[in-house]
Design a protein around this ligand. Structure first.
Ligand SMILES: NC(=O)c1ccc[n+]([C@@H]2O[C@H](COP(=O)([O-])OP(=O)(O)OC[C@H]3O[C@@H](n4cnc5c(N)ncnc54)[C@H](OP(=O)(O)O)[C@@H]3O)[C@@H](O)[C@H]2O)c1
Length: 333
């Protein structure tokens, strides 16, 4: 086992697009687990857009301070343990941070043992925050009914691709938006959406009018900005908008809200944000359903893997350039 623990730390708080000055790598001795703790060798890091918010401001968790190891979800193997909760060889999932070794404290419920037999790629993707966000956001907040028309932005991504496939399972017509013709083709041909709009080359609002003349009943929004406004402009009566995120507003300075939010009044619609943590008691239920649907071939899910510790910042940047498909993760060992 290595005796050094490489880490990525926040160097400079970003106020616009992240760049080479945002992160810095450091190295320190691998920590010794104390009583009630285990040492985890981190194998996979989940690249999640929400980290971009944590780098800059307090959100539902405190801001990451300059000099701190970047907070983030990881999957790893227990390699030493002084805890009854973690056995050597267990696969665990939780807030490891962007580093090669992490301490799991048995009192910290943010680190969970992954059920034996689970593929680590499933733990990081389909059964991780993005799959759970798709499940709870669509079903609990969007509440689709058979025959509804559902719009999913960020449709080629980890969360959007799963949300749209669940909507198809529920008997809905599903329209996606994505950032290239290739991605749109994949959204339709591979993930089974009924249509997909390239928001970079097409006029989203007028395409929606053509594709959904009776309006959108459920809008699962990952993107915000112009795409959110296009969705708001095409709501059906009593529509539900599940606000999962707003990635178009994370990395570019001051975020802006939708100018046409009064359509919520006109259409007596509901717009509601959510976090997966609101549903923590039902994670097992969601994971069970997602696993069943995947094993039946009714949900497809891929992890786009970047290899190596040195490439963590570049992998994170791909979330904002769109230069990836499916779930974005880094393989450390
Ligand atoms: N509420 C929750 O509990 C929760 C949990 C997990 C994730 N989320 C949210 O879910 C959303 C998706 O996260 P993810 O991990 O699944 O990421 P992802 O969709 O796999 O990757 C991000 C994608 O966003 C698109 N994008 C980037 N910049 C954009 C822009 N300026 N305008 C429009 N699209 C842009 C890119 O796709 P294109 O090439 O198609 O542009 C990129 O591939 C994020 O907003 C995230 O914060 C919320």
């Amino acid at each position: 086992m290595a005796d050094q623990n490489r880490q990525w730390r926040l160097k400079t708080t970003p106020h616009g697009p992240i760049d080479d000055d945002t992160f810095t790598s450091t190295s320190e001795d691998v920590p010794e687990p104390g009583d009630g703790e285990a040492l985890v060798a981190v194998q996979w890091l989940s690249m999640d857009p929400t980290i971009r918010g944590w780098l800059e401001r307090d959100t539902y968790v405190p801001k990451i301070q300059e000099g701190e190891v970047v907070r983030g979800l990881g999957i790893g193997e227990v390699v030493a343990s002084k805890s009854d909760r973690y056995a050597v060889g267990d696969l665990v999932s939780g807030t490891t941070g962007w580093q090669e070794f992490a301490i799991a404290d048995e009192g910290d419920r943010r680190m969970q043992v992954v059920p034996a037999g689970t593929d680590p790629l499933d733990a990081v993707g389909l059964l991780g925050p993005t799959g759970l966000a798709a499940y709870f956001g669509l079903l609990r907040v969007g509440q689709p009914e058979e025959g509804d028309t559902v719009l999913v932005s960020g449709a080629a991504g980890a969360t959007g691709s799963v949300a749209g496939q669940i909507a198809k399972l529920k008997g809905c017509t599903v329209i996606g938006t994505a950032g290239s013709d290739d991605k749109c083709a994949r959204v339709v041909d591979h993930y089974g959406f009924d249509a997909c709009i390239n928001y970079k080359t097409e006029r989203v609002s007028s395409r929606l009018r053509e594709l959904a003349p009776d309006g959108i009943d459920v809008f699962f929004d990952n993107v915000g900005g112009d795409v959110l406004e296009a969705g708001l402009a095409n709501l059906a009566l009593h529509a539900r908008i599940a606000v999962c995120g707003a990635i178009s507003q994370y990395d570019g300075g001051t975020p802006r809200g939708p100018r046409n939010y009064m359509n919520l009044v006109v259409k007596r619609a509901r717009m509601e944000g959510f976090l997966i943590f609101d549903h923590v008691r039902d994670y097992r239920l969601a994971m069970g359903d997602l696993t069943t649907w995947a094993s039946e071939g009714r949900i497809r899910h891929e992890v786009d893997v970047v290899e190596g510790f040195d490439n963590v910042p570049a992998a994170f940047q791909r979330l904002f350039t769109g230069d990836k498909v499916g779930k974005n993760a880094v393989h450390l060992t």
